[in-house]
Design a binder for this molecule. Structure first.
Ligand SMILES: Cc1cc2nc3c(=O)[nH]c(=O)nc-3n(C[C@H](O)[C@H](O)[C@H](O)COP(=O)(O)OP(=O)(O)OC[C@H]3O[C@@H](n4cnc5c(N)ncnc54)[C@H](O)[C@@H]3O)c2cc1C
Length: 386
């Protein structure tokens, strides 16, 4: 299925595919059966190859030594990495372009640029126990105390908290009637893991709950300017929503390929299973949804490259995340069905994706939240403004 892509995107697609096939996919089952963990030498090899290929710098401005790839090429990379389960592609940190708008030169030197070299790894502490969908009602606080801030609050589902070297911490500033992001070194006194629940998927990256109890950080670790509020968190949301769609496209492609191969090999009633119309209909629906998903994903990526109106980009990132994550869940469900009992085994790719893709309808804003964003945008700006 050919989607028109630039030459640059095609090149990166090939590089990422080779990396996914050679470095990641062979370890999926071992990771699944070992709590998501791989031997340290395998993880180190995967990470160093990713750095060598430049994956840690794809969104970094050239002025800071990065590759500054168009979003189209970045989506092409993440689509290929999305073919692999157990989040094995999360073996490298990724500095993102908005960080270069948000951070001071000192912050860039201390936290962001080292991510390109694999020396720092970040995680995001935004969600709290209150309604996570309503990011405007966060309760964590940052109080200025001399040349430090005191951070307090409870943060839930901090993905990669167990592996990160620093946290992005979103808090209210009661003294300023504002809010901001802060950079917090892992293991700063006052930070405590108060829960580490297990989740449906099997990842080496955990999602612990943290208590921040009078965590004291330098005032210089506040990110951005007064009045920036949630602006940078929204930049992160846009980036992640688009890349969730890209990864979901990769997952769909893998599921369709593997389910088709199985249906061709499996003999039922003395004929390949793929000859049954019931199976063909499922595959046809999967392929159609993948086609729509890819068209949408790459168009939203190109809208970012064109520099379309930011509000319109924000809405489109919600649309692509909503549509593609839900389509991918339908594809995974059909793939399990085509594999039959084998599709319910943990060694089967469809079984893993069936569990793993479910969270894409929840994190980075649930499907309902994406619908609210889209509807509000329609009501405010009309169809032509979206
Ligand atoms: C595995 C995992 C990893 C995560 N990683 C991170 C992370 O790294 N950093 C981070 O900060 N957060 C992270 N999250 C949090 C995630 O973004 C939130 O779970 C998500 O935003 C939903 O918030 P909630 O769980 O509090 O659900 P709630 O807000 O309680 O929502 C519950 C239900 O109500 C619906 N709902 C809520 N409000 C409305 C409304 N106004 N109208 C209609 N329906 C509504 C929701 O769609 C949902 O169906 C992670 C979550 C998971 C599961």
């Amino acid at each position: 299925m050919e989607i028109p892509l630039s030459k640059d995107a095609r090149t990166w697609q090939r590089i990422a595919r080779e990396y996914a096939d050679e470095y990641l996919q062979p370890h999926e089952v071992a990771a699944e059966l070992n709590e998501g963990e791989l031997p340290a030498d395998v993880t180190a090899r995967n990470k160093s190859r990713a750095i060598e290929l430049g994956f840690t710098a794809i969104d970094v401005p050239e002025s800071h030594g990065g590759l500054e790839l168009p979003m189209e090429s970045q989506a092409a990379i993440w689509e290929q990495l999305g073919r692999v389960t157990n989040a094995l592609s999360w073996c490298f940190p990724e500095a993102q372009s908005w960080m270069f708008d948000a951070c001071t030169e000192e912050q860039l030197q201390q936290y962001i640029l080292p991510m390109m070299r694999g020396e720092q790894k970040d995680c995001y502490a935004i969600t709290e126990s209150g309604p996570g969908s309503d990011v405007s009602s966060l309760e964590a606080t940052a109080i200025l105390d001399g040349d430090t801030y005191l951070l307090n609050g409870e943060k839930w589902y901090v993905t990669s908290g167990n592996l990160a070297t620093f946290f992005w911490f979103q808090a209210k500033l009661p003294d300023e009637d504002d809010e901001a992001l802060f950079l917090v070194d892992a293991n700063t006194p006052g930070m405590e893991v108060i829960a580490n629940p297990k989740f449906s998927h099997t990842y080496a990256s955990h999602h612990p709950t943290y208590l921040f109890d009078n965590v004291r950080i330098p005032a210089a670790n506040r990110v951005g300017q007064p009045g920036d509020g949630m602006a940078y968190t929204h930049s992160w949301f846009r980036h992640e929503r688009l890349m969730i769609a890209a990864r979901s496209c990769g997952a769909m492609a893998r599921l369709i390929e593997d389910a088709t191969a199985f249906a061709n090999d499996r003999i039922i009633d003395a004929a390949p299973l793929s000859e049954k119309q019931a199976i063909q209909f499922m595959l046809a629906d999967c392929v159609t949804e993948l086609y729509a998903s890819r068209l949408m994903t790459y168009e939203v990526a190109r809208a970012a490259d064109r520099g379309d109106d930011l509000k319109s980009q924000h809405t489109r990132c919600s649309m692509v995340k909503l549509y593609v994550s839900e389509a991918a869940n339908r594809v995974a469900d059909r793939a399990v069905q085509i594999f039959g009992g084998r599709g319910y085994m943990r060694e089967n790719v469809a079984e893993r994706f069936f569990r793993e893709l479910r969270v894409d309808r929840i994190w980075e804003g649930t499907s309902e939240v994406q619908r609210l964003i889209i509807a509000r945008s329609l009501l405010k700006r009309g169809l032509d403004g979206m």
